[in-house]
Design a protein around this ligand. Structure first.
Ligand code: 48H
Length: 261
């Protein structure tokens, strides 16, 4: 392999960045589906939809994707998954071991990076360092898009500067923002819905309930992952991730069925 780099000027590099980013933003100012939150549930939703040819954009407030999937509980990076969640690990080519009957472990960094790669490989587009501030609301209170700003804008002192957000339109928004259910909470702030908040930890009940309740929560808005617990007052499951992966897949199915009609 050659060890001398081709010449590029600094300005060419700047223009290449600008051209790539502005062309993506121009194309994804309107999408079929916007997934807010790039944790395990959102990544699975985006991957499954993109694989089916749906134009899907992930909005993630952090620089990195993956949410809580890098770590298991208590800052320890072994992830647990209960059957049948290990089937999703197999689908993604993530190695795992059986820890007890029907309980599997995998390495957080390996599982998380493979899930991110799967969403990217499938064709999902990603806007990171981008934070959902609000939702676009149309006739009959249907959700028609998201209102976003650069994440660092939140840290700017208001008295010095005001940076207005921009809006991105879509046919469906998926709230995959985890415990805080930020998209549904934006509707709650407007008095359109009311959410009870998640219940106490009870793994045996919680995972089945989360997958069952994954779906359309309001016209134009689907809820997936841990946000489902908060929106429906379901028990939380603690540090196990099978329901997050399967809820993400369920959200993709629901979205796909709606888009077809
Ligand atoms: C843009 C945002 C915004 C915003 C948040 O927390 P996550 O990993 O969410 P899930 O639901 O895919 O997985 C939940 C799981 O990690 C977990 O916490 C479990 C299983 N807990 C059980 C228990 O009992 O405690 O990812 C959410 C993502 C993150 O990357 C956030 O940064 C992002 O959403 N996000 N992105 N705009 N306003 N809010």
């Amino acid at each position: 392999m050659a060890t001398t780099f081709e010449y590029s000027s600094e300005s060419e590099i700047t223009r290449a960045i600008l051209k790539g980013f502005s062309s993506d933003l121009n194309e994804y100012a309107e999408s079929d589906v916007i997934v807010v939150g790039g944790g395990p549930s959102g990544l699975m939703t985006a991957k499954d939809l993109a694989e089916r040819g749906v134009k899907v954009l992930i909005i993630e407030r952090n620089n990195y994707l993956g949410g809580g999937f890098w770590l298991g509980g208590f800052l320890m990076n072994t992830i647990t998954v209960r059957a049948p969640g290990q089937k999703v690990l197999e689908e993604l080519g993530i190695p795992y071991e059986e820890a007890a009957k029907g309980l599997y472990t995998t390495a957080g960094p390996h599982a998380c990076s493979k899930t991110i790669a799967a969403a990217c490989d499938a064709g999902a587009k990603i806007l990171n360092m981008t934070r959902l501030e609000d939702v676009v609301v149309r006739d009959q209170n249907r959700v028609g898009g998201v209102v976003v700003n650069w994440t660092p804008v939140e840290a700017l002192p208001r008295e010095i500067t005001c940076v207005d957000p921009v809006a991105l339109e879509c046919r469906l928004v998926v709230d995959a923002t985890g415990h805080d259910a930020e998209v549904v909470s934006a509707l709650e702030r407007r008095g359109i819905v009311k959410i009870p908040g998640e219940g106490a930890m009870w793994v045996e009940k919680s995972e089945d309930l989360v997958v069952e309740h994954t779906g359309l929560v309001h016209p134009g808005l689907i809820v997936a992952g841990m946000a489902v617990s908060s929106v429906y007052g379901l028990p939380r499951m603690g540090p196990t991730f099978g329901a997050m992966l399967l809820s993400g897949k369920r959200a993709a199915e629901v979205a796909y069925d709606i888009l077809k009609t």
